[in-house]
Design a protein around this ligand. Structure first.
Ligand SMILES: [Zn+2]
Ligand SMILES: [Zn+2]
Length: 363
């Protein structure tokens, strides 16, 4: 089978003919239907994050289960599954609190199966797989807990996006922040995840949804996904504009870029008692500098969220249902499609900010 492999930092992906073993105990083998191109992969391609190598990249995907290993329950051959890039052991303290995104029940490396070995190999050498998935491949073997069954009438490319950007953006609003009807929201950064935060705010009937970006094209997009106001950060003072539009600061500001400067803006954009929610993936070691006095005397909250604080087995099927009910517009998020052989072109377009989401589809 074919897979896109990263051999080192700051290199293009190379599509290789790869060998894949059968699933072992607690694992499933999935034929990948589609996989999204996400900034989290780009961080590795750009060398901002490091190996191990060689590694099959890709963490946002969906497909059909074609085999299950011994002892697998809850997912069966023929099931359509969205792949979750986080483990969910069900036994650790975090899982027992319902915080499965920060599950720490598995001690092994995040690029191998739980028994510490690889299922994919290239010319006899084991291959690592990103987030125990490696979705940039025609097939993959992963821990069964990361394959979440959904209804069978969702197109693969939409299901793939539910694996990362949709869940991360929508659940940041619904789960992590808990936005309520009428609340005011700012979303700073309108890429794939940011547009889903905008949609999440619309889903819960937020009153004012202010989209912030430096590109007018993305702001137009944000408007079509539910933003009521837009601020172009290349021309306007973001903090002044958001405070002005919201009458003194929004209830919630979502930072969906992962940069210290925009995280600081998010804290400045919220009203006293408001919450600034960091969704964007920050560079390793990044530090933010916030004025501590207002945190105390204005009772502001600065918080982070990964994967929207989702509980994937619960939330992923719900998001698929909301899509089918017409409450989430996920079709228009897919702005370009590529065969696996053109995956590097897809990442170049993502880097240039040209796409809401590019998707690799498999025949
Ligand atoms: Zn992602
Ligand atoms: Zn756990």
């Amino acid at each position: 089978m074919q897979a896109a492999v990263l051999f080192g930092p700051s290199q293009p992906l190379i599509v290789e003919e790869v060998h894949l073993e059968a699933p072992r105990a607690g694992e499933v083998r999935v034929r990948v239907g589609a996989t999204g191109l996400c900034h989290s992969d780009l961080h590795y391609l750009d060398g901002h994050r490091d190996g191990p190598y060689p590694m099959i990249m890709g963490h946002e995907g969906a497909g059909v289960v074609e085999a299950v290993g011994p002892g697998v329950e809850g997912v069966a051959e023929g099931d359509h599954v969205v792949l979750s890039f986080r483990p969910n052991c069900g036994r650790c303290a975090h899982c027992l609190r319902g915080e499965s995104v920060i599950c720490d029940g598995h001690r092994g490396p995040r690029q191998m199966m739980h028994d510490g070995t690889a299922r994919a190999s290239l010319r006899g050498e084991p291959l690592y797989v990103f987030t125990r998935l490696g979705t940039f491949a025609e097939h993959l073997v992963c821990p069964a807990e990361q394959a979440i069954p959904i209804r069978r009438d969702v197109p693969w490319e939409v299901a793939a996006l539910i694996g990362c950007s949709v869940t991360t953006g929508v659940c940041a609003v619904t789960n992590a922040a808990g936005v309520r009807p009428g609340d005011t929201v700012a979303v700073i950064g309108c890429g794939g995840v940011g547009l889903n935060a905008v949609q999440g705010a619309r889903l819960v009937s937020a009153g004012q949804i202010i989209a912030v970006d430096t590109l007018d094209s993305k702001l137009e997009y944000a408007r079509s996904f539910g933003a009521t106001h837009t601020v172009n950060a290349s021309r306007e003072d973001v903090v002044a504009a958001v405070r002005d539009l919201s009458g003194g600061g929004v209830d919630y500001a979502f930072e969906v870029i992962g940069l210290p400067v925009t995280i600081e803006q998010a804290v400045e954009c919220i009203r006293p008692g408001g919450k600034a929610v960091v969704v964007g993936m920050t560079p390793l070691g990044a530090k933010v500098s916030v004025d501590a006095y207002p945190l105390v005397f204005q009772q502001k909250t600065l918080m982070g969220t990964s994967y929207g604080n989702a509980h994937p087995p619960r939330d992923i099927p719900r998001l698929a249902d909301l899509y089918k009910a017409g409450r989430l517009d996920l079709d228009r998020l897919v702005s370009r499609r590529y065969p696996l052989s053109q995956i590097n072109e897809g990442f170049a377009a993502l880097k240039r900010g040209e796409v809401a989401r590019g998707v690799v589809t498999f025949a």
